[in-house]
Design a protein around this ligand. Structure first.
Ligand code: NI
Length: 390
């Protein structure tokens, strides 16, 4: 069962849905138009139940198989776009200035809808498929909010699967790994306070800028000297500014921002603790003071073993074993599907978007040629996980 015939027939219609979402991108939880369209389609397909407003603007559809069965499998897509001006110049380019689908969530939503339509039509399985459309993947924690709304228990979901496109991987190729596949994403803000003064009389001031320079350098030692090199981590300082703007003034305060990415909880602890120690102690050695605000973001996305093996076998059914990498290296980006995988076993799978601009790039566009493989993956997963009696 490679590409499902009926999906090939529906390719144009699903492409139209995708391009409609692309033209009307929405941010974070404000995905009202998209969520309403998704719910309307799910009802038109004949879902047994469609619930809106889960995790604020999330939508869930329930599809029961032709044969009864206890098993319940969750399939998840994300619906939100990014605050980025699109430069593709395509006929279906964003109509909303400064907002675009630069991560392909329009494609993810359309592919899961295509699968839902087919599953509603055929119901060729024994059990229940739950299709999950979440808001606010791009930093808002929409997946967390849907979980906090009790989604898993309410719909009896036992396992949950996610699918994300990846530029650079050929169309129809799949890639994943067991265990951590994406990083935890924490953020930090640091404020350094010295003593402002005349730039020509530094001995009468406490030069905040020199402290900041030492602190940024010291922070590099967190990963290089404190983190187990086999486990790895990333600490990046991404913004530096001071309250000074003159050639002859030493500013009194400075602020840094940055992000911490890790794949295992122990390294996350070490990074948070070491950055804290440096901010507390290093500035004081120079007569300045440091204050840290460390915020824990998305947890690590961890694929469970048996479900990952199962997802790989499904991708192989769709595209052939030579086109599925079951042992890719984890990536240090984050994913709020992590919250769903904290609650239930499951797997996050990547699908090739071909030779396109990168994710979050203003020239990016989801490749509609991915649709047949993506829809077939979802449908094959449901029909294989919950087969009808022979
Ligand atoms: Ni994304």
């Amino acid at each position: 069962m490679p590409i499902i015939n009926r999906i090939a027939d529906r390719h144009d219609a699903i492409t139209e849905w995708r391009r409609d979402y692309h033209q009307h991108p929405e941010l974070l939880f404000d995905v009202h138009r998209t969520a309403a369209s998704v719910a309307e389609k799910l009802r038109a397909f004949g879902c047994d139940e469609v619930v809106e407003g889960i995790g604020r603007t999330g939508v869930v559809g329930v599809i029961k198989g032709r044969e009864g069965g206890d098993r319940v499998i969750g399939l998840r897509a994300d619906m939100d776009a990014l605050p980025l001006p699109e430069v593709t110049g395509l006929p279906h380019a964003s109509k909303v200035p400064g907002v675009m689908h630069a991560c392909g969530h329009d494609g993810h939503t359309a592919m899961l809808l295509g699968a839902a339509e087919h599953l509603c039509e055929t119901r060729n399985f024994a059990g229940t498929a739950v299709v999950i459309f979440q808001p606010a993947e791009e930093g808002g924690g929409g997946g967390r909010e849907m979980c906090e709304d009790g989604m898993m228990a309410r719909f009896g979901i036992e396992q949950v699967y996610g699918l994300h496109n990846v530029p650079g991987l050929p169309i129809g190729d799949f890639s994943t790994c067991q265990g951590p596949i994406m990083a935890s994403t924490d953020t930090f803000e640091i404020e350094i306070t010295g003593r402002g003064g005349h730039a020509a009389m530094p001995h009468l001031a406490v030069d905040t800028i020199v402290v900041v320079a030492h602190l940024i350098t010291a922070i590099q030692s967190v990963v290089s000297r404190s983190v187990d090199p086999v486990q790895g981590a990333v600490v990046s300082v991404t913004k530096v500014d001071t309250d000074g703007d003159a050639f002859n003034v030493l500013p009194e305060t400075a602020r840094l921002k940055g992000t911490v990415r890790t794949l295992v909880p122990e390294m996350r602890e070490i990074c948070e603790q070491r950055i804290g120690e440096l901010v507390r102690t290093l500035p004081s050695a120079f007569g300045a003071a440091g204050e840290l605000k460390y915020v824990r973001g998305y947890p690590t996305t961890v694929n469970s073993g048996p479900e990952t093996d199962f997802a790989v076998s499904i991708a192989e059914k769709v595209s052939g074993s030579g086109r599925v990498n079951p042992q890719q290296s984890p990536v240090m980006g984050g994913e709020d599907f992590a919250y769903m995988l904290e609650e239930r076993p499951g797997a996050f799978m990547f699908i090739g978007n071909g030779d396109s601009a990168g994710l979050h790039n203003p020239a990016y566009d989801f490749n509609d040629d991915v649709i047949p493989a993506g829809c077939s993956y979802w449908i094959t997963l449901v029909e294989t996980a919950m087969p009808r009696a022979a």
